[in-house]
Write a protein that binds this ligand. Structure first.
Ligand code: DOR
Ligand code: ZN
Length: 386
């Protein structure tokens, strides 16, 4: 789950810098979100993005289509996308489906999986209108409270239950959401129809961090309380969480340095996810096999990606070589993403990516974290076995 900003916002990231950040983080395949400019909401814009990426990508990739209020007929039969992304609440860009009748149309008629940004626009608007106080970065989590995620999730799950539709919940971030999913499963919602994704920032950061990071911690859905953060780990432990995905969404330092109301939401993450998880292995929070499942096997299976997710004869040689014992410090100057910052700067971690292979080619070799080796083979678009 990445926002590589092609086309339209290449000043924040371009496909080459995004590719390098992914490779340095041991990531071999990315699925790109549709809130680009133009947005990926029709055949023409999808092909435009595809043609640009094809010539630049050092990693493998897939594309999400985006839902809009008026494009159901355009995208409902797409077979060459990972899923259709539906923003139930506004975030970066202007993709929004805040009309339950339109949402029902997507659930009942669209063939692709639906990937949901579950924050209710009505709830967000109401919360903002009631808010009295000063607009500083730390109020971001209060302006997008867990109940807005809950409301959206209930709406989409009710529809999915009615039409038996396969749903993917993007960036689940609250205990409340996991409780709602549990409640639906207990009511007979088929487990094979739902997959749940959690981000590294919701696993490793909480709303305490605004104090030091300010807008550099501003993201949607927002960072949550410490108990919500721990609930995400519980969800991994008990298997309710299907996968970990970055939601890598770069913005320039200069944009983040503006006052709260002007600063865009989104964090970088594609380069730091695996090191953070390796560190978690060293802290006995999960196993190496858990990572292989959460970052590779489960996403490939959930989206029916052909020949990926396992190290097996007949599968693609997309591999990360890691040193589980290496101690190092994450630094902004090591970030290959064009915007050059990470919310995890100055964190000490144990576990580093040493080499990354894509389709059998050596594409990243660690040298010193600044002048590393990158290969020049182009990656390919994933295919689906559905
Ligand atoms: O924080 C976010 N940033 N959340 C989103 O949903 C979009 C993303 C972006 O594109 O910047
Ligand atoms: Zn996203």
């Amino acid at each position: 789950h990445v926002h590589f900003r092609t086309p339209g916002a290449e000043q924040k990231e371009d496909w080459l810098t995004g590719s390098k950040a992914a490779l340095a983080g041991g990531v071999t395949t990315v699925f790109d979100m549709p809130n680009t400019n133009p947005p990926t909401i029709n055949r023409q814009n999808l092909e435009l993005k595809r043609n640009l990426v094809k010539e630049k990508s050092l990693i493998n990739y897939g594309f999400y289509a985006g839902a809009a209020l008026d494009n159901l007929n355009e995208v409902k039969n797409f077979e060459d996308v990972v899923a259709i992304k539906i923003y139930m609440g506004s975030s970066t860009g202007n993709l929004l489906v805040d009309d339950l009748a339109v949402l029902e149309g997507f659930v009942s008629e669209a063939k692709p999986i639906l990937a949901i940004h579950a924050e209710s626009e009505a709830c967000l608007e109401h919360t903002l209108s009631e808010f009295k106080g000063e607009f500083t970065p730390s109020i971001h989590s209060k302006l997008r409270p867990p109940r807005c995620a809950e409301e959206a999730l209930r709406n989409i799950l009710n529809l999915a239950l009615k039409y038996k539709k396969r749903i993917h919940i993007c960036h689940c971030s609250t205990e409340l959401e996991l409780k709602v999913v549990d409640e639906f499963l207990n009511r007979g919602f088929p487990k094979e129809l739902i997959t749940i994704e959690v981000t590294p920032h919701h696993l490793f950061l909480s709303d305490k961090i605004y104090e030091s990071l300010g807008n550099f911690a501003r993201v949607n859905p927002p960072l949550r309380s410490e108990s919500d953060r721990l609930a995400m780990w519980k969800g991994i432990e008990n298997g309710l969480v299907t996968m970990i995905a970055t939601d890598h969404a770069p913005h320039l330092k200069s944009e983040k340095e503006q006052e709260y109301l002007k600063a865009p939401s989104g964090l970088t993450g594609v380069q730091t996810m695996l090191p953070l998880l390796l560190n978690a292995v060293n802290e006995n929070k999960l196993s190496i096999l858990d990572i292989a499942n959460l970052n590779s096997f489960a996403p490939a299976k959930s989206f029916n990606v052909a020949s990926k997710g396992l190290i097996e004869v007949g599968y693609d040689a997309d591999l990360a070589v890691i040193d589980l014992d290496k101690l190092w410090t994450i630094k902004n100057e090591n970030i290959y993403s064009k915007c050059g910052w990470t919310p995890f700067a100055n964190m000490n971690v144990k576990g580093r990516v040493e080499k990354t292979l894509v389709n059998g080619n050596l594409m990243f070799d660690y040298i010193d974290g600044i002048n590393d080796y990158f290969g020049d083979h182009l990656g390919s678009e994933v295919t689906f076995s559905r």
